[in-house]
Design a protein around this ligand. Structure first.
Ligand code: NAP
Length: 506
């Protein structure tokens, strides 16, 4: 159970503590933030509402802990990360339970998220040892006008304090995808978890604590993003921000100082279906891509663009599969579970009503109980409907019928988002041409969009983000190149000098 066993020290009464200087603490604010269970709609947990002074303190500690951490051998940093990964996996059950209660993630997927996070940490440790243990050696005579008088040595150095802000939908996985790269590269880390998902994150952080990381190197401050977010992101002690979430990321980018930013934001992933596609494969991927975790995934299929000639057949196949989805509580491992908050459910309902008013075809009856929204396929959606462009983050999927591939590409590219997309066709040449034409960070051919495997590069164009994630890219992003140039008194060429000529020059 959450907050028991090895995790008992993170709980005080009915409120979870925050993590600073290697200790679990109550906030001096005396205030807590309630985390409402999306299924019961009752308060499930409480976390500390941290103060600005407490944020100042963790920044100060992070700055000084980083200096010592940067001097810790790379193999030792990796060793501690492997240890944290093992502890995290060992405690997958209580952490998965938090995910079920805080964000209504289906039971099996909750366990998978924790295990995948452990694997991600281990892979990061291994990749870090490989890529941070190497640098470059350049010589000056490759650039015109230079002789071989300069040797340039490059290495990757840490940035300092990394601020990590993950979203609610993968709070553990998207936190460790920032923590792992930051730490292996020699940075310290301040985590601001999402409110829904905060308790899962606090348990995960305790696994790092149990692994024995130095005091102050990792901190976790809780509180509402709307209240402490600006103070954190504009804090002068922050040297890098790695953020995953919605439009909030755009405003953070405008306010943050001159520091590297990694922004992974929203998406409106299009699924383009050609006449020759295997429609059973497409239907299976639309169900997986559009409805898993009730559509609350950045890479969910969020609009289907299907050629008119196969649209009827595809819609029938998808309808048949939607009818088989299990709807209910996450504890029962249902496919469709309540969406994260009441305001999310209201937002989704607004998109559905707009589509209804404008004449979309409802393939199922719209049904909602509390935060639980039944899966809904909307056919004959037109560009004047909000659902054609907006990210519902719920189990609602629009189908737009197209008469040419160009029409599909045009719709995809007219979006302000550019995260991922997918194309279904048996013609690989066409698929590659369409992939090139789609303005998105990734295109999947004959499969639904997906973030993983976690070592693949993952990035969004336009409003979908800045920079690229994926283990290697995140490590690179959280480092800076440092060069040392050795200036020789005279040109030196390997295998070009005899012993006597050297003697005459030195
Ligand atoms: P969100 O509302 O943008 O929140 C994301 C994080 O930002 C949360 O931790 C939130 O804390 C925090 N926050 C809120 N206001 C802030 C502020 N002023 N300053 C700093 N931090 C602040 O997003 P969400 O609802 O959690 O997640 C859904 C969105 O994330 C969707 O748009 C989805 O597409 C996107 N997403 C993108 C990716 C990707 O990799 N591209 C992956 C997953 C999700 P509180 O919870 O306390 O408000």
């Amino acid at each position: 159970m959450a907050g028991t066993g090895v995790f008992s020290e993170i709980l005080d009464g009915d409120a979870f503590k925050y993590y600073s200087n290697g200790e679990w603490k109550k906030s001096s604010s005396g205030k807590t933030v309630a985390i409402v269970n999306p299924t019961t709609r009752k308060t499930q947990y409480k976390v500390q509402a941290c103060t600005q002074e407490e944020v100042n303190k963790v920044m100060e500690l992070a700055k000084s802990a980083q200096k010592t951490w940067a001097k810790t051998p790379l193999w030792k940093r990796a060793e501690l990360l492997h240890k944290a990964a093992a502890i995290l996996k060992e405690h997958k059950a209580p952490i998965a339970e938090c995910l079920i209660k805080e964000i209504a993630k289906p039971a099996k997927d909750s366990v998978t998220e924790v295990v995948r996070s452990g694997d991600l940490i281990s892979y990061t440790a291994e990749e870090g040892v490989r890529i941070l243990g190497e640098g470059k050696f350049l010589v000056s005579d490759s650039f015109p006008g230079n002789e071989r008088t300069k040797y340039c040595l490059t290495s990757k150095i840490p940035l300092g304090v990394v601020l990590a802000i993950p979203p609610f939908n993968y709070p553990v996985n998207l936190a460790v995808s920032k923590i792992g790269p930051a730490l292996i590269a020699g940075n310290s880390l301040v985590l601001k978890p999402p409110t829904q998902g905060a308790v899962s994150c606090l348990h995960m952080v305790h696994c790092f604590h149990l692994a024995g990381f130095p005091k102050g190197l990792i901190s976790c401050v809780t509180g509402k993003g709307s209240e402490i977010g600006d103070f954190l992101t504009m804090h002068p002690g922050v040297n890098c921000i790695s953020f995953t979430g919605g439009d909030t990321g755009i405003s953070i980018s405008k306010k943050a100082g001159m520091i590297p930013l990694q922004m992974e934001l929203g998406g409106k992933d299009a699924c383009i279906v050609l006449e020759d596609a295997d429609l059973d494969l497409v239907a299976a991927n639309i169900i997986k891509g559009g409805f898993s975790y009730s559509g609350q995934r950045c890479t969910a299929i969020k609009v289907v663009l299907v050629m008119e000639s196969v649209a009827d057949a595809l819609v029938e196949k998808v309808k048949a599969r939607v009818a088989k989805l299990r709807i209910g509580p996450p504890e029962d491992d249902c496919d469709i579970t309540p969406v994260v908050t009441e305001s999310s459910a209201n937002f989704i309902e607004g998109l559905v009503m707009d589509a209804k008013d404008k004449g979309a075809t409802f393939c199922q009856q719209y049904k909602r109980e509390g935060n639980l929204i039944w899966p809904l396929l909307l056919d004959n959606v037109r560009p004047d409907m909000r659902i054609a462009w907006e990210e519902p983050f719920g189990p609602i999927l629009p189908v737009i019928r197209i008469n040419s591939v160009e029409e599909g590409i045009h719709h995809c590219n007219a979006s302000n988002f550019g995260l991922q997309g997918c194309v279904f066709t048996k013609d690989i040449n066409k698929a590659v041409l369409i992939s090139d034409a789609m303005e998105t960070g990734t295109v999947q051919i004959n499969s639904a969009p997906a973030r993983g495997p976690d070592h693949f590069p993952f990035q969004g164009l336009k409003d979908s983000g800045i920079g690229s994630q994926g283990i290697t890219n995140s490590i690179d992003m959280m480092t800076k190149v440092k060069t040392t140039v050795i200036n020789l008194p005279s040109p030196s060429y390997s295998m070009g000098s005899s012993g006597s000529s050297i003697r005459s020059r030195i």
